[in-house]
Design a protein around this ligand. Structure first.
Ligand code: UT7
Length: 318
């Protein structure tokens, strides 16, 4: 597999840390020192589908392809206006593609899983040109009276078009079934046949044990990346950029220190966009590509972590 195009899209509404002090007891100083975040973008009069379409069209344009050329669309998405149909099937119709599609629900690590699935499709000859999309609106997972989570997130979409090529080395994945550390309950409709006091209809917003997620993220992602470098015979110095999930600057610094790599190898967008869940890796990748920071042939690592508890890391040549 190789990447032949990238694209991204963000909401226009910029929300500063100071603006959040209107809703709960927090401060610009706390948010910046604990997370590195100064601003985030939040959906207002656009929809997530608009962002997903824009990111997809930009990725197709930069790949020099038309939507009809695609033979599969994979989308990482956990929350949008619809429980079904899938986000990928909505985007397919709007951009004028005709191919089959499916969504993956691996939250913040979702883009890494989607790229690995795309590679498997290409290797087995089942598809040649695939749009891999991540579109997320985590600001709607949050309870907007909970400062512990609401200050962390922003919305966004990022995409890559991939095709046959020898650039992909491989991936490492970790699933530790611990829903309690980070989860969101589905909003369910009650039936007349059950005990409504069971608690199933309350608390459908995000619940997170921040410190636990922080530690697990640093440990699991660092281990996965070290293993990848070992397996494929690369040193940390051979990697141009570690394109990590943009959740918290301190988590990124933790992984950097664990690997003993240089800070300049860890580009970030978390300061301006906050945590956009699985969209953060492709948004950052797109910024590096469009800013001519990544050249053809550069080695890159991508890595994501989240939802109780799922991580993934991959190594490839750009
Ligand atoms: O995509 C994956 C998603 N999740 C993550 O990446 C989260 C990973 N975890 C983290 O990034 C960090 O754990 C947080 C940023 C969430 C929290 O940072 P922390 O350094 O672990 O702080 P803490 O949870 O230990 O809280 C420290 C204090 C507490 O007050 P007390 O008990 O010490 O009096 C909190 O109540 O900070 C308080 N606090 C806040 N204060 C001001 C928590 N949230 C806020 C806030 N503003 N927004």
């Amino acid at each position: 597999m190789k990447i032949i195009g990238t694209g991204s899209a963000l909401p226009k509404k910029v929300v500063t840390n100071d603006m959040l002090t209107e809703f709960f007891d927090t401060s610009d100083e706390w948010i910046r020192t604990r997370t590195g975040i100064s601003t985030r973008r939040i959906l207002t009069d656009e929809s997530l589908i608009d962002l997903a379409i824009e990111a997809s069209q930009k990725a197709l344009e930069s790949a020099n392809l038309k939507a009809e050329d695609l033979d599969f669309i994979l989308c990482s998405n956990v929350n949008n206006n619809y429980v079904y149909p899938s986000m990928s099937s909505i985007v397919q119709g709007k951009i004028g593609a005709k191919c089959p599609c499916t969504d993956l629900r691996n939250a913040c690590a979702g883009f890494i899983y989607a790229l690995d699935v795309a590679d498997a499709f290409i290797q087995t000859g089942r598809a040649k040109k695939i749009l891999v999309l991540a579109a997320e609106e985590p600001t709607r997972f949050c309870h907007w009276e909970h400062r512990e989570t609401s200050v962390l997130f922003g919305d966004g979409a990022g995409a890559a078009v991939v095709t046959e090529g020898g650039d992909y080395k491989g991936a490492q994945f970790t699933t530790i079934s611990m829903p309690d550390v980070l989860y969101q309950r589905q909003r369910l409709e009650p039936t007349p046949f059950e005990d409504l006091s069971s608690g199933a209809y309350i608390n459908h917003t995000m619940v997170m044990q921040g410190r636990e997620v922080f530690k697990m993220a640093v440990t699991c992602c660092s281990n996965e990346i070290s293993k990848l470098l070992d397996i494929y015979g690369y040193k940390k110095e051979d990697v141009k950029y570690f394109v990590l999930h943009q959740a918290n600057l301190r988590i990124i610094n933790g992984i950097q220190q664990y690997l003993g790599a240089d800070a300049s190898q860890f580009p970030t967008t978390v300061e301006k966009y906050g945590n956009t869940s699985s969209a953060s890796v492709p948004i950052l990748l797109d910024e590096l590509v469009k800013g001519n920071k990544i050249q053809r042939g550069d080695m890159i690592v991508m890595s994501g972590f989240g939802a109780g508890f799922t991580t993934g890391s991959l190594l490839m040549k750009y």
